[in-house]
Write a protein that binds this ligand. Structure first.
Ligand code: NAP
Length: 489
C-alpha cells in the first residue's frame, strides 16, 4: 500500500454526493445538514443532507410509484443492473476503500475486504434474479392442480448500521433488486458516505429512478417512524442492535409489517483440548479482530478446555500485543479506532467491570490518549462468572478467555446468552464437531475457522439475534411472496 496523502483523502470525500436521493434526483434535506467525522482524528470530513419527515415520506412515495414497473421489468435486466454495479464497485474498490476507512476507521486492507464481500452480494443476486420460480403440481386427489408463483413483496424500508457501511446495504439491496422490490434506504448517520456512493453507482448502472431512495437523517426514529406505520410499506429489513430491533418490531406490529431482523451477537469461541491450538489462535485473531471487534459476528468470549487454556491465552496475548494501532489509512496499521467515544466508553466499562470482579489483563486494558477513539487490543483471563462482558456484546478489541472442564460445560456456557447469532468451534474430532454443532443455539457456526461471512451462505441468527436470512438462496426469499392458485381442471 502506498502512502495516502491528505489531498487524496479530500478528493474522495469531494466525489461523494451529499444530498438525498429521491425519485432518481439528488436534492437537499429540509432539515439542513449533519456532520460526518473521521473517528481516527475526531475531525469533520464533510456534511450530508438531513432528511425531514416530509423528505422520508417523499422517498416512500417514490418507492411506491416505481413499484409496479420495476416488478414487471425483465428479471435479466434487473440482474444486469446488479452485474454492472458489481463491476463498477470492483473497478473502484481502492477509492471506495479509502472512503470507508475515513468514515468508519478500519484499515484499508479491511475496507477492501468488506468491499469485495459487499460486491459479491450484487454478483450473486445478479445470478439469482433469473432463478425465481414457482411450481405446478397435480393435487393429491388427482382432480385439481396446485400452482404457486413468487412475486416481489413491494416497497421496503432498509435500516443499516455503521460497522459495515457498504456490505450491510448490498446484502439487502441485492436481493431486493433481484426480486423486483423498490426501497427506501437509511444508513447510520456516522457512516453515510459509502452508501451515498453506492446509490450513485446504482444510478450509473441504470437502476430506474424511484427504485432505490436514500435518506440520511439526524433523527432516525422521527424519519422512519411514519414510514413504518404507513400501510403502503410492505417490509422492513433492519440490521443493528437488539435493543433498537425490539423497538422497531413493536412499531411494526400495528401494520403487521413483514420483517427481517439482523441483530446483535455474543459469539462463543470454543476450543477443545484436541484442537490445533495454533490454528485456533489464528482463527481467534480473525474472529476477534476483524473490524476492531466491532462486528456482530465478533468472538465475544473464549471458552477454552482447561488443558490448553494457558497456552491459548498466552499465544493469543502475544499476537494481540504485537498489533499496531493507528489511522486506517496509514501503512503498517493493524487496528483502527472505535467508532466514537460512547463505544469506547462501553468497552472500557466492560473491561473495568471484569477486572473489578477479579479478572486479569494479560495484555492491554486501556484506551489510548490523544485524538481518535483508540482502545488497546486486550486479553483477559480469570474471568468471573458474573462479569458483564460474558452477557453483553463488547464490540471492541477485547478477548476474555475462560476455561472449561468438559463438553457439556462448554456447551452450557456457550448457550448461556439471550443471543444466538454465531459460534466458533475448534476440534479435530469429527464426531465431537458434529455433536457440538447440533447442540449450539446459533444460526451460524464457524467450524475450525474464524469467519462465516460469505455471500453464498444464509447469514442470520436465532433467539434475540433476530430472524430472517441474508445471502445465499435463502436471501431472496425475504423479498418474495408466494401466491398459491388453486386450479380447477
Ligand atoms: P443501532 O444503534 O441499532 O443502529 C442501527 C441503525 O438503526 C442505524 O441506522 C440507526 O440510525 C438506526 N436507528 C437507531 N435507533 C432507531 C430508531 N429508534 N428507529 C429507527 N432507526 C433507528 O446499531 P449500531 O450501533 O449502528 O450497530 C451495531 C449493532 O448492529 C450491534 O449490535 C451489532 O451486533 C449489530 N449488527 C448486526 C448484524 C447482523 O447481521 N446480525 C450485522 C452488523 C451489525 P442512527 O445512525 O441515526 O442512530
Amino acid at each position: 500500500m502506498s502512502t495516502i496523502t491528505p489531498s487524496q483523502e479530500q478528493q474522495i470525500v469531494d466525489q461523494v454526493p451529499k444530498q438525498l436521493y429521491i425519485a432518481g434526483e439528488w436534492r437537499d434535506g429540509a432539515k439542513g445538514t449533519i456532520s460526518v467525522e473521521d473517528p481516527s482524528t475526531e475531525e469533520p470530513l464533510c456534511d450530508v443532507a438531513d432528511a425531514s419527515v416530509d423528505d422520508a415520506k417523499a422517498a416512500l412515495d417514490a418507492a411506491v410509484a416505481a413499484g409496479p414497473d420495476f416488478a414487471t421489468m425483465a428479471p435479466r435486466e434487473r440482474g444486469e443492473i446488479l452485474r454492472r454495479a458489481f463491476e463498477t464497485i470492483t473497478e473502484r474498490k481502492d477509492d471506495l476503500a479509502l472512503l470507508m476507512t475515513l468514515e468508519m476507521g478500519k484499515t484499508i486492507k479491511e475496507s477492501l475486504a468488506e468491499i469485495t464481500y459487499a460486491a459479491e452480494f450484487f454478483r450473486w443476486y445478479s445470478e439469482e434474479a433469473v432463478r425465481i420460480d414457482g411450481r405446478y403440481t397435480v393435487a393429491a386427489n388427482g382432480a385439481g392442480r396446485v400452482l404457486t408463483m413468487k412475486q416481489p413483496v413491494g416497497p421496503c424500508l432498509m435500516i443499516t448500521p455503521w460497522n459495515f457501511p457498504l456490505a450491510m446495504g448490498t446484502r439487502k439491496i441485492g436481493p431486493a433488486v433481484a426480486a423486483g422490490c423498490t426501497m427506501v434506504v437509511k444508513p447510520a448517520q456516522q457512516t453515510p458516505l459509502s452508501m451515498l456512493m453506492l446509490a450513485k453507482i446504482l444510478e450509473e448502472a441504470g437502476l430506474p429512478g424511484g427504485v432505490l431512495n436514500l435518506i440520511t437523517a439526524s433523527s432516525s426514529s422521527e424519519t422512519t417512524g411514519p414510514l413504518i406505520s404507513d400501510p403502503r410499506l410492505r417490509k422492513m429489513s433492519f440490521t443493528g442492535s437488539t435493543e433498537v430491533g425490539r423497538k422497531l418490531m413493536a412499531q411494526a406490529s400495528d401494520t403487521l409489517l413483514r420483517l427481517s431482523m439482523e441483530l446483535g451477537g455474543n459469539a462463543p469461541f470454543i476450543v477443545f483440548d484436541d484442537a490445533d491450538v495454533d490454528a485456533a489462535v489464528a482463527g481467534a485473531m480473525i474472529a476477534k479482530m476483524r473490524n476492531m471487534g466491532e462486528a456482530c459476528t465478533s468472538a465475544n468470549r473464549f471458552h477454552v478446555a482447561g488443558a490448553v487454556a494457558d497456552e491459548f491465552a498466552s499465544k493469543l496475548a502475544e499476537k494481540m500485543g504485537s498489533l499496531k494501532l493507528g489511522r486506517g489509512v496509514e501503512e503498517g496499521t493493524d487496528v483502527g479506532p472505535l467508532i466514537d467515544d460512547d463505544q469506547r466508553g462501553k468497552v472500557s466499562e466492560l473491561v473495568q467491570d471484569a477486572i473489578g470482579r477479579g479478572a486479569s489483563a494479560v495484555v492491554g486494558g486501556h484506551q489510548r490518549d490523544g485524538a481518535g477513539y483508540f482502545y488497546e487490543p486486550t486479553v483477559l483471563t480469570d474471568i468471573p462468572d458474573d462479569a458483564k462482558l460474558l452477557q453483553e456484546e463488547i464490540f471492541g478489541p477485547v478477548a476474555p478467555v475462560k476455561g472449561f472442564t468438559d463438553e457439556d460445560e462448554a456447551i452450557a456456557a456457550a448457550n448461556n446468552t439471550e443471543y444466538g447469532l454465531v459460534a466458533y468451534v475448534y476440534t479435530n474430532d469429527l464426531k465431537r464437531a458434529l455433536r457440538v454443532c447440533e447442540r449450539l443455539e446459533t444460526g451460524m457456526i464457524g467450524l475450525n475457522q474464524g469467519m462465516v461471512s460469505n455471500a453464498q451462505a444464509p447469514f442470520g441468527g436465532v433467539k434475540q439475534s433476530g430472524f430472517g436470512r441474508e445471502g445465499g438462496y435463502e436471501g431472496i426469499e425475504e423479498y418474495l411472496e408466494t401466491k398459491y392458485v388453486a386450479v380447477n381442471l
